[in-house]
Design a protein around this ligand. Structure first.
Ligand code: ATP
Ligand code: ZN
Ligand code: ZN
Length: 742
């Protein structure tokens, strides 16, 4: 007879949640007990009945077979959203290395005793004609906020108050006279929650094109045949991915199931949100990082109660407590923000796959520039790949891309930041009253050194990443610690014109104003978007034509739709190419492709100028040709050669301590301890080396990299390290060890 055992967590409010207990599953319960079930078990000496969460099923117990107890029964309606999330938390803990408490905090919202805040909604009281008049009037008087609200009312007579305030920047001072004049009324949440009263948008649905329809048909067929899998939609910018998502969502909610849609926070704009409200009305809820813990808890409560079917939000929306989840969608699947930067350092794509399989849901990933991870899986047949090759809107084409060689410009005596082509095109657009976006792809510390004559960046001879400038006098490799003094001349061509790149958006704005004195500019970067809603305010102002040129960092390239933008200039494409990160080329390709995707989204054709010191780099040529497969193939050669993901799995072990000596001793001890195993399994080990920022807040950090193609082997090594450090408090008491898989 086959035996089956369940791994069970007893009580999540208890301190000791980090361990499981094994119980035999009686044969009569084989069918019913699964991961995520809530069961009754005898516990402790007195065998009192307790509730437990099943987090795993195994054919072999870790406990004496004769002494093992049996599951007594199953709690009715046992697979709840909560019990599923708890088993997901266990998986997070095991997979990424964290405590169960940290994992539980990630998946379950903080419960709060406060009374849920009353939710309000704004209702338009004007008839169509009057509304049009009111809108024109507010346009004439330049009442921007008011005008935005009227415009939104034309699509939908009900606008959630929260959206009006947070996304449209309406203040109560603006609203008060509108309410007094009887244009608008403020109503309470009961109405907002009632789907019947929420009239859905009059916006006619688009007729899907053939490429879009193929996706919808295949998905619906699979779905109706109970086939669940992962789909990757590789669709060029503006190819109508969002329209496809809406059809897929429709299919699933018609079936009585629920949907989670992940969108990077930065792309979660008012326009996007209203598109979904317009189509699905009040069955949609949105969370973002601006919500307080209490507000987030409320939204999750609404999901649990079945008041909504669709949750839209960034990474954390993945843990929405839907018990009947049918579909998870991840838009802009390649985005770095889907990786958590705090423990457990999970990747939303991987967790979504796990959650989808636990709940029998489908998973759809979409991107114009798929991550190498996802595309590799699609090529291997693990994901089903769909292509959208053309812009969806009638008469809209992908922009023409021109590469400007900055080395040549310098040779010809042009010392400004604008190549002659970009300058000429900017003059042309300013004349035509079309809009321009200037983009500088600076990520983190771009402290690398490069040559202005030949374009070479100074790299580590061992790691193929750029060296980072420290204190203006030495160059250090953040992967292996290799250090050289800052050279006087370019090691490749001997030119004395070598320096670190450090041009910021502010400086670019000054230079732009100097070159084009009559142009109105807007700047969007971390400084100008610090205040609440700052980001939305700038985008709205730009889309309303309040400026001719928008200058910004990568923030400006994410999924925004400005019909009047016909020119995008990328000022120095190299900035993201030479960051000390093996993903530098991938990030650059993504940023350039996304930036190019902002131009010419309407009827007017668009141009893109990519300025660079490395015009022959494949990330730049492939982006200029909008040729993803060529980029993918070249980049995979590099990843395979260097054993970087997704060719291999990379485990980053970070040691941190206040005491430098203890830190070094513990990192070395771990490296020595695991070396028999890493040698036997042929795991490539790099380090321990100092972290890219060695000291933060007086805490020193060292990094050990382990590379292998097999994830399980790296997990084994991680467990060895954990065991070793637990047994050596003398070495590890004051050292924190953290793991990161990629
Ligand atoms: N079948 C269609 N017919 C006409 N217009 C369409 C169709 N599908 C989408 N559109 C329109 O094309 C524009 C781009 O579509 P959408 O925003 O869905 O693209 P996307 O692929 O999500 O874009 P991006 O990746 O740039 O964010 C929108 O204005 C949308 O309404
Ligand atoms: Zn040089
Ligand atoms: Zn190196």
């Amino acid at each position: 007879m086959t035996e089956r055992y369940a791994r069970i967590i007893i009580d999540i409010s208890h301190e000791k949640v980090d361990r499981t207990f094994d119980y035999r599953i009686p044969e009569r319960l084989f069918e019913e007990v699964s991961v995520g079930s809530l069961v009754l078990i005898p516990f402790g000496k007195g065998n009192a009945m307790r509730k437990g969460y099943v987090v795993g099923i195994t054919p072999h117990a870790d406990y004496d077979r004769d002494k093992i107890k049996e599951i007594a029964g199953i709690v009715t309606d046992s697979v709840t959203a909560e019990s599923l999330l708890i088993s997901l938390a266990w998986w997070l803990k095991e997979q990424y290395g964290s405590t169960m408490n940290q994992a539980l905090k990630t998946v379950l919202p903080v419960k709060q005793k406060i009374k849920p805040k009353e939710k309000k909604v704004l209702r338009c009281l004007l008839q169509r004609e009057a509304l049009l008049e009111a809108w024109k009037e507010s346009e004439r008087k330049s009442y921007k906020a008011r005008s935005r609200l009227f415009l939104a009312f034309m699509d939908n007579p009900l606008i959630p108050y929260e959206i009006a305030v947070n996304q449209m920047n309406l203040s109560s001072a603006t609203l008060k006279p509108m309410i007094e004049k009887g244009f608008v009324s403020m109503e309470s949440e009961e109405i907002y929650r009632n789907p019947i009263k929420m009239k859905q948008s009059q916006v006619p649905r688009v007729l899907l094109n053939q490429e879009q329809q193929v996706i919808v048909d295949r998905f619906s067929k699979d779905y109706s045949e109970d086939l669940r899998q992962t789909y990757l939609i590789h669709g060029v910018t503006g190819s109508g991915k969002t329209e496809v998502y809406m059809e897929l969502i429709d299919t699933v909610i018609q079936d009585g199931k629920q949907v989670i849609l992940l969108i990077p926070e930065i792309a979660l704009t008012y326009q996007t949100v209203m598109r979904f409200y317009g189509r699905f009305g009040s069955r949609v809820s949105i969370i973002n990082s601006r919500l307080s813990a209490g507000e987030r808890y409320d939204q999750f409560e609404r999901a649990r109660n079945g008041d909504i079917d669709i949750m839209i939000g960034p990474r954390s929306a993945l843990f929405t407590p839907f018990a009947k989840l049918g579909l998870i969608l991840i838009d802009e699947e390649h985005e770095g923000a889907y990786k958590s930067e705090v423990v457990p350092r999970y990747h939303a794509r991987e967790v979504a796959e796990k959650r989808a399989s636990l709940q029998g849901a489908s998973l759809v990933l979409g991107s114009a520039t798929p991550s190498l991870e996802a595309y590799t899986k699609a090529l291997r047949g693990e994901y089903l790949l769909f292509l959208l090759t053309e812009r969806a809107k009638k008469d809209s084409r992908l922009a023409n891309v021109l590469v400007a060689d900055l080395r040549q410009e310098l040779k010809e005596g042009n010392k400004t930041i604008f190549s002659k082509n970009l300058k000429a095109m900017m003059e042309d657009r300013l004349e035509k009253k079309e809009q321009i976006m200037l983009f500088i792809n600076r990520r983190g510390y771009a402290n690398f050194v490069s040559c202005r004559s030949c374009g070479e960046a100074i790299r580590c001879p061992h790691c193929d990443v750029t060296l980072t400038l420290h204190n203006n006098k030495s160059l250090v490799c953040h992967y292996c610690g290799h250090t050289i003094p800052m050279p006087e001349k370019c090691p490749s061509c001997g030119s004395p014109y070598i320096a670190n790149f450090g041009v910021g958006t502010q400086k670019i704005e000054q230079m732009t104003k100097k070159m084009f004195p009559s142009a109105r500019t807007l700047r969007m970067d971390l400084d100008t978007t610090k205040k609440k809603g700052g980001h939305e305010e700038i985008l709205t102002a730009f889309s309303e034509g309040e400026a001719d040129i928008l200058i910004g960092t990568q923030m400006i390239v994410k999924g925004h739709d400005f019909p009047n933008v016909t020119l995008v200039g990328v000022l120095a494409a190299d900035l993201s190419l030479y960051t000390p990160d093996y993903r530098a080329a991938e990030r650059t390709f993504q940023l350039l492709t996304q930036a190019a995707g902002r131009a010419g989204r309407d009827q007017k054709p668009g141009d893109v100028v990519i300025q660079t010191y490395s015009p022959e780099h494949y990330a730049i040529t492939a982006a200029a040709n909008q040729d993803y497969p060529t980029f993918y193939n070249q980049e995979m050669v590099f990843r395979r050669m260097m054993k970087y993901p997704p060719a291999n799995v990379l485990l980053t072990v970070q040691f941190s301590s206040r005491n430098e000596k203890t830190l070094a001793a513990s990192a070395d001890a771990v490296t020595a301890y695991i070396s028999p195993m890493t040698e036997e399994e042929m795991v490539q080990t790099i380090g321990p080396a100092e972290a890219s920022v060695y000291k933060i807040n007086d805490i020193y950090r060292k990094i050990l990299y382990l590379k292998h193609e097999n994830y399980d082997i790296l997990i084994k090594i991680r467990d060895q390290i954990d065991g070793f450090s637990e047994n050596r408090p003398d070495l590890f008491d004051l050292v924190l060890i953290q793991y990161d898989f990629s």
